[in-house]
Write a protein that binds this ligand. Structure first.
Ligand SMILES: Cc1ncc(C[n+]2csc(CCOP(=O)(O)OP(=O)(O)O)c2C)c(N)n1
Ligand code: SF4
Length: 274
């Protein structure tokens, strides 16, 4: 299937604001589906709530629209029920890192064989641009008018530390690199995670002096560094940078495989006991 054939045409035009990064990330995902020959039947796209959580409306595979912060819990259940399915979980930073942060660390720790793609637009877009768990220090949001006093999560670092098999971070400015990361993540057995830094010009951009979508893309470009370049920076210099690249790519037995082994062992021991 061609990338565009995965789109539900009747649902177009997209609900997202002009210049939002969500469309770019969705297109990159659909191009990867095309390359991997995903079918409607063997693929489930799971979302939570929020602007990015609307993505499942536009994807013509099996989809599941869950509650805010719980997309990974639904994705885990779907994968355990049918390990043959390609389960792709789409979350915002509010969904994945803030309200649903607990599910994120435990899915990574368990190494559930799903791909999680977090569009990190650094705020809660849908509900009016409030700060989230990834809003950078001192940035302005509708609930931090004088500059955010907290430091945002290094989301990829958090997921890597929790035990994921694959972790990468890219931006919508570097969409080719981001698509490569999504392509690798979809093929990885175990918990794979891609953090897509993306623009929300309507809220985050407007409040932080970047009124046009292109201003946000330039901000990403000017403040992005590779992992190797970041190693040469001091902690302070790194603070306001987007460190991009592949952080983890390792082999580690996934949860469904272990779970099926336990089921088989239990069956054998029951038969042996008869
Ligand atoms: C448990 C719960 N708390 C709060 C809300 C209200 N709510 C809906 S969307 C949203 C923010 C979504 O932000 P994010 O996940 O970052 O996605 P974005 O809109 O930025 O793409 C919130 C707080 C909710 N639906 N459920
Ligand atoms: S509010 Fe922000 S995240 Fe939501 S659609 Fe508009 S630009 Fe995109």
């Amino acid at each position: 299937m061609k990338a565009q054939e995965y789109l539900v045409k009747e649902k177009l035009p997209l609900f997202w604001c002009a210049g939002c990064g969500n469309g770019s990330v969705l297109h990159a995902i659909l191009r990867c589906f095309e390359k991997l020959n995903y079918t409607r039947e063997n693929t489930v796209v799971v979302t939570g709530i929020g602007c990015w959580g609307k993505a499942d409306d536009y994807v013509d595979t099996n989809t599941f629209h869950g509650t805010h912060g719980r997309a990974l819990a639904f994705g885990t259940g779907i994968k355990l029920a049918n390990p043959e399915l390609n389960v792709v979980v789409l979350m915002g930073d509010g969904d994945g890192a803030t309200i649903g942060g607990n599910h994120l660390i435990h899915a990574a720790r368990r190494n559930v064989d799903v791909t999680a793609i977090v569009v990190n637009n650094l705020n809660y877009g849908m509900t009016g641009g409030q700060y989230s768990g990834t809003t950078p220090h001192e940035k302005i949001t509708s609930t931090s008018r004088y500059g955010h006093i907290e430091h945002g999560f290094d989301l990829s670092g958090l997921v890597a530390a929790a035990g994921a098999s694959y972790v990468s971070r890219g931006t919508t400015y570097g969409i080719v690199q981001l698509e490569k990361f999504i392509f690798e993540a979809l093929q990885k057995k175990g918990f794979s995670f891609v953090e897509a830094i993306s623009q929300c010009p309507t809220h985050f951009g407007r409040l932080n002096g970047m009124k046009k979508p292109a201003d946000m893309l330039n901000w990403f470009k000017e403040n992005s560094v590779s992992i190797s370049a970041a190693e040469k920076l001091t902690q302070n210099e790194r603070e306001n940078k987007f460190v991009l690249g592949n952080f983890v790519n390792k082999e580690n037995e996934d949860y469904s495989t272990k779970y099926l082994r336990v089921i088989n062992d239990a069956k054998k021991s029951k038969e042996g006991g008869k």
